[in-house]
Design a protein around this ligand. Structure first.
Ligand SMILES: [Cu+2]
Ligand SMILES: [Zn+2]
Length: 174
């Protein structure tokens, strides 16, 4: 039953977002990342006047908090390790989504309490295109909580110490 539910809903999200995007002049800035890994789902990204809108619909996510970031490489091989580190073109420390110092795609955590996980948020730093555009790079969802750079772990300032990679997807045009 769950898989039927999932497959019915994904096209609905896609077409709804696509319809919205097609109505605006910025329809070329409508992208998506299809995940591979132990989580199934799609993230829809749309650049709007008020920021980058990210809409997700995921299934199979263990309940709890999971770090989500934009990683440097547009590659999902080797169980998402090929995605590389956080996309960090200006060589700054890792942070949370509301911090002044953060990586381009430091989106904090998904706090998952249901399956499927449906969530929409707006980021005011990451952009799809331009000098630090994230199209062609990848999104990674981690097994553990992102400590937003505030932990005592040596990895906190690098990647939030959010552990293994559950799933990843390359940001592409749809
Ligand atoms: Cu990450
Ligand atoms: Zn980061």
């Amino acid at each position: 039953m769950l898989s039927i539910f999932f497959y019915l809903l994904i096209p609905a999200v896609l077409s709804q977002s696509m319809e919205r995007a097609m109505m605006g002049a910025n329809y070329i800035n409508f992208k998506a990342a299809e995940l591979v890994g132990s989580i199934q789902g799609t993230l829809i990204l749309e650049e709007r006047d008020d920021g980058l809108n990210i809409e997700d619909r995921l299934t199979g996510v263990p309940f709890g908090k999971h770090g989500i970031h934009v990683h440097e490489n547009g590659s999902t091989g080797n169980e998402c390790l090929d995605a590389g580190g956080h996309y960090n073109p200006t060589n700054v420390s890792h942070g949370g989504p509301n911090d002044a110092e953060r990586h381009i795609g430091d989106w904090g955590n998904f706090d998952v309490a249901g399956d499927p996980h449906l969530y929409t948020f707006t980021d005011h730093v990451a952009k799809l295109t331009g000098p630090y555009g994230i199209v062609g790079r990848s999104i990674v969802i981690h097994a553990d909580e992102d400590d937003l750079g505030r932990g005592n772990n040596p990895d906190s300032k690098i990647n939030g110490n959010s552990g293994p990679r559950l799933a990843c997807g390359v940001i592409v045009s749809v």
